[in-house]
Design a protein around this ligand. Structure first.
Ligand code: ASP
Length: 440
């Protein structure tokens, strides 16, 4: 028997109808014995996720503002699920406890975690599986950093028990016994950690789309579906803006070499996207060279010129120390003999570009500094690009023919992606031209 970890996101567990779909999926394979559950998500686009309602209720309660209406919305969602599924579950007791928690001095992270806690308990009762609290499996230090070794020892014990479990996603416990949460969307990360701790054969991530597209469908019409992608390609595409999985979710499974499949709860027959180790024998050749294209706007480039910069030994160290002291992360740094460009996401510069520039001036005494705002970075990702002669020539030709001016080129040493920096106004045009060249 295979060990499979199946994580169901908020939209899959939003209300009784979606719960039934989840039930059918789980019961259709005897391998699905380890289930990770999110809190109920949105029922429709104008609905609010339980996690958001919990944060709101907590904020209102801590300012001594009436939160009854919010609490009622939370209660109604859980009651709809339990009563329609007709399960023997004491929802009154859980909701009474939630109400008591709100009027006592629990932490915000504890409050947020109750969304998955109650949902996982309901799902366990519906499936006839055991409920296993994530606080007994996932551990953090006092600063909220995840402790992998300690967690993996507890998780592996589940495998030895031979039982079937539902585990709430998103949270764990720190060394002082406090509930700590991952960042938003962290249920994906819990699933990945559980899969890694169990040394699973497969991590299934069930969501509301049938996997990854090779480009953003709001920019490219009907983009190709990605059947297979490697961990590294996915990291690059997620960094560049393609989001379905939590940014860090791929790390635990990729360390353990466990394949991941993204599946659609609302179309389980669709094959989804399979994410494989970079050296997997199952990887198809990918004859197109490019697997996907993604991009992000809102970058600023600080271009610094200084003659013979390459001979000035402390130059880059001083430059980096200005960024470090100002807590500004650097995305990329293309350079030539007399100049270097710092590419920085706008959100880290808001309100202090001028002070940062004057510190750079006084530290490294450049000949010239130029600031360019409104830059977009587009990443063209593909494990097949290594084998393809002329992939970059094709890329630049596609952009030139469509009148997109390339302001910067960054190529990773893995030769698995090429990033181009362009004017934000050319964003959609650039993505469409690259798509037509490689993937249409
Ligand atoms: N419920 C949490 C959130 O909304 C975690 C998750 O759904 O993965 O962010």
């Amino acid at each position: 028997m295979k060990i499979v970890v199946s994580k169901f996101g908020g939209s899959s567990l939003a209300y009784s109808d979606t719960y039934k779909k989840v039930y059918d999926i789980i019961k259709s394979s005897p391998d699905r014995k380890f289930i990770v559950a999110s809190a109920p998500g949105k029922v429709s686009s104008n609905d609010t996720k339980i996690t958001d309602l919990l944060y709101l209720a907590y904020d209102l309660a801590s300012h001594k503002i009436n939160y009854t209406e919010i609490l009622e919305s939370i209660e109604n969602k859980y009651r709809e699920i339990v009563s329609t599924l007709n399960i023997d579950f004491d929802i009154d007791m859980e909701l009474k406890k939630l109400n008591n928690d709100l009027s006592s001095s629990v932490t915000k992270e504890y409050m947020a975690s109750r969304g998955e806690y109650i949902n996982a308990k309901i799902l366990a009762s519906y499936l006839g599986y055991k409920f296993m609290d994530a606080k007994d499996l996932i551990f953090f230090d006092r600063e909220g950093n995840f402790l992998d070794e300690k967690s993996y020892i507890s998780i592996y014990k589940l495998r030895e028990s031979g039982d079937s479990y539902v585990i709430p996603g998103f949270y764990g416990e720190d060394e002082d016994g406090n509930i700590r949460t991952f960042s938003r969307g962290g249920g994906d990360l819990t699933g990945s950690i559980i899969a890694s701790g169990l040394k699973a054969n497969l991590y299934e991530n069930w969501t509301d789309v049938s996997g990854f597209m090779s480009a953003d469908p709001t920019i490219v019409k009907d983009p190709r579906h990605i059947e297979i992608i490697t961990y590294r390609e996915l990291r690059e595409l997620s960094y560049a803006g393609a989001s379905i999985l939590h940014e860090e979710a791929i790390l635990p499974v990729s360390k353990a070499g466990i394949p991941v499949v993204i599946k659609n709860t609302f179309a389980p027959q669709d094959e989804g996207t399979l994410i494989l180790p970079d050296d997997s024998k199952k990887l198809s050749k990918n004859d197109r060279g490019v697997t996907g294209i993604a991009g992000r706007k809102n970058f600023t480039v600080i271009n610094i010129e200084k003659t013979k910069m390459n001979k000035d030994k402390g130059f880059h160290r001083k430059l980096m120390s200005v960024l470090e002291v100002n807590n500004v992360p650097l995305e990329h740094m293309p350079s030539s003999i007399d100049s270097v460009s710092l590419i920085i996401a706008d959100k880290y510069l808001t309100g202090h570009t001028d002070s940062l520039v004057s510190e750079i001036k006084s530290f490294v005494r450049p000949d010239k500094i130029k600031i360019t705002k409104g830059i977009a970075l587009i990443s063209v990702v593909g494990r097949g690009m290594i084998r393809h002669v002329g992939a970059s020539a094709k890329l630049f030709k596609a952009l030139a023919e469509n009148n997109v001016n390339i302001q910067m080129i960054i190529q990773g040493s893995s030769e698995m992606n090429i990033i181009v920096g362009i004017d934000e106004n050319d964003f959609a045009k650039a993505i469409n031209s690259i798509y037509s060249e490689f993937l249409a």
